[in-house]
Write a protein that binds this ligand. Structure first.
Ligand SMILES: C[S@@+](CC[C@H](N)C(=O)[O-])C[C@H]1O[C@@H](n2cnc3c(N)ncnc32)[C@H](O)[C@@H]1O
Length: 218
């Protein structure tokens, strides 16, 4: 059987050394998140962020929607790959982490590319729907209980051939462990099997970070 690599800190550092240099403000956010203790796990991994940048640059992506911004690492990463006329709309419910994120966006001088809307994401999505806005790429990384709702709403906001990415779909590996039956593990299992039945998309689960599903609207 072919064995997949476990990406430990050494390998993550090796990937960093052989990819792009991180922007100084990306490094600042990582340092800040590390100071938060357990909460640092909220941030996407550096390998995931390289993948986002590759996807944005190679697919002429201009309009992005992010659900779940935290202190801004994933949003800043995506903004740094956008063309000058690109835009990211970010949704988050937490005022405190959103303020922190906005400060980092200003420090990196990309605040003109990012609009952060604070409030429960399902409500904000409803407003966006009324504005007839459509996106090339949507990244879902907020409360897992609403993943299915977010996906259903986001699919209608996605342009044809657009991408939806959903984080944490492997949930520390627990989704494949029959002994794990807690609420969130089961929510993610249900979500993964729900997505499997959607024939309006091409999709695959990538073992990057905590597992990320990438879907492309057919
Ligand atoms: C995993 S973190 C996002 C991490 C971020 N993408 C990054 O890479 O740094 C999840 C975020 O979702 C937000 N969130 C949780 N429930 C939400 C809701 N109902 N509506 C909007 N945002 C929500 C939290 O405040 C938190 O900042």
């Amino acid at each position: 059987m072919i064995k997949n690599l476990i990406i430990n800190e050494n390998l993550e550092n090796y990937i960093r050394e052989n990819s792009y240099d991180l922007h100084p403000v990306q490094k600042d956010i990582i340092e800040y998140n590390n100071s938060l203790g357990n909460q640092k796990k909220m941030q996407v991994s550096v390998t995931q962020s390289y993948f986002f940048q590759f996807l944005i640059k190679t697919n002429n992506i201009k309009n992005i929607l992010e659900i779940g911004t935290f202190t801004g690492y994933s949003a800043l990463t995506m903004a740094l790959s956008l063309p000058k006329n690109g835009k990211i709309t970010c949704l988050d419910i937490n005022e405190e982490t959103s303020k922190k994120a906005i400060n980092f966006f200003k420090k990196a001088k990309v605040e003109n590319l990012i609009e952060l809307k604070i409030g429960p994401a399902l409500e904000t999505l409803n407003q966006i729907k009324k504005q007839n806005l459509f996106f090339d790429m949507i990244f879902i990384d907020a409360d897992k209980e609403n993943y299915k709702n977010y996906y259903i709403e986001c699919f209608n906001l996605l342009k044809s051939k657009g991408f939806i990415l959903i984080d944490n779909v492997l949930w520390h590996g627990d989704v494949a462990d029959p002994n794990k039956n807690d609420k969130l593990t089961n929510i993610l299992r249900d979500f993964n099997s729900f997505l499997r039945k959607d024939d309006r998309i091409h999709r695959t689960i990538l073992p990057l970070g905590d597992g990320i599903t990438i879907c492309r609207k057919i």
